[in-house]
Design a protein. Sequence first.
Length: 170
Amino acid sequence: MERPQGMEPTMAGMQEEHTNGGSLWQELLSFSVYKPNQGRVARQLTGAALALTLLIGVWRLSQLLPLWLASGNALSPAVPTADLGVVRLLIPGLILAAGLWLLYRLLNVPRFADFLIAVEAEMAKVSWPSLDEVIRSSAVIIFLIFALSAILAAYDLFWWFVLRAVQGFN
């Protein structure tokens, strides 16, 4: 089978097009959205989860940064507490802005975006169980967990009594 120039084989017969993309800075500063109408839900949920993780990290940094700066060490002398108000919000704010921008760009990197598009397409093919099936299956699992824990508790008690009796004979 003859391939068009610039196309390389990949997994499962898919073909990946190699383009001569721009530099890293050009890619990072681009506002373009890769395939904007495809994989929208998967991208939004992935972006929301990563943004929440970033937000929690930045919030924690804003809580700890004054403690780190106020303590001082050999590498950085102690900063007066009056100056910490701006620093406490400025540094985490800049990290948050840079992180959100990198997150936006990550979701539009062609390879990652194509993966999320494929994930959404596969999720659409899944045959999801009905609410009644979920309730029945959950009830069976919960019953089995309690039954197995009761069996294990009975074995534990049996061996506890047996080993206590053996210890008593020594």
